[in-house]
Design a protein around this ligand. Sequence first.
Ligand SMILES: *[C@@H]1O[C@H](CO)[C@@H](O)[C@H](O)[C@H]1NC(C)=O
Length: 141
Amino acid sequence: MWIHRHHQLPYLLFFVFAVLFSSSLGDVGTASLYNPPYLPTACYNNDVSQFPANNLFASAGEGIWDNGASCGRQYLVRCLSATVPGTCVQGKIIQVKIVDRAASSVSRPSRAGTTMVLSATAFGEIANVSANVINIEFQQV
Ligand SMILES: *[C@@H]1O[C@H](CO)[C@@H](O)[C@H](O)[C@H]1NC(C)=O
């Protein structure tokens, strides 16, 4: 039986980490990034005063665009994983404001069809910007 007890530790640790890192934000999706020029065209008719001062904003993918109702919504986002190990900044959560529609943004996403397209600043807060796409967990605030 001592062997059995000995081998419980890895499982216990796994459980602890699973709980810690799953304290979840809700939904799972993907994020790409876009670079300047930034224009909040679909949401704010190019009114650049709508950009948050910290540059943490995003364009909505079709899945969350919600026929324009997503404009101005705030999302908590964290990087879950990517193709290249070490891409995510572990434990970092950002809050972004939706300012545009990814499908029609002036500056094109690094990857088409993602859940949201983060500003380069926002993407760089949670992941290595060398990645074109990351898996994310997100939740509307
Ligand atoms: C970001 O990713 C690139 C390409 O994989 C790598 O060369 C670089 O060292 C990474 N940067 C950091 C800060 O991890």
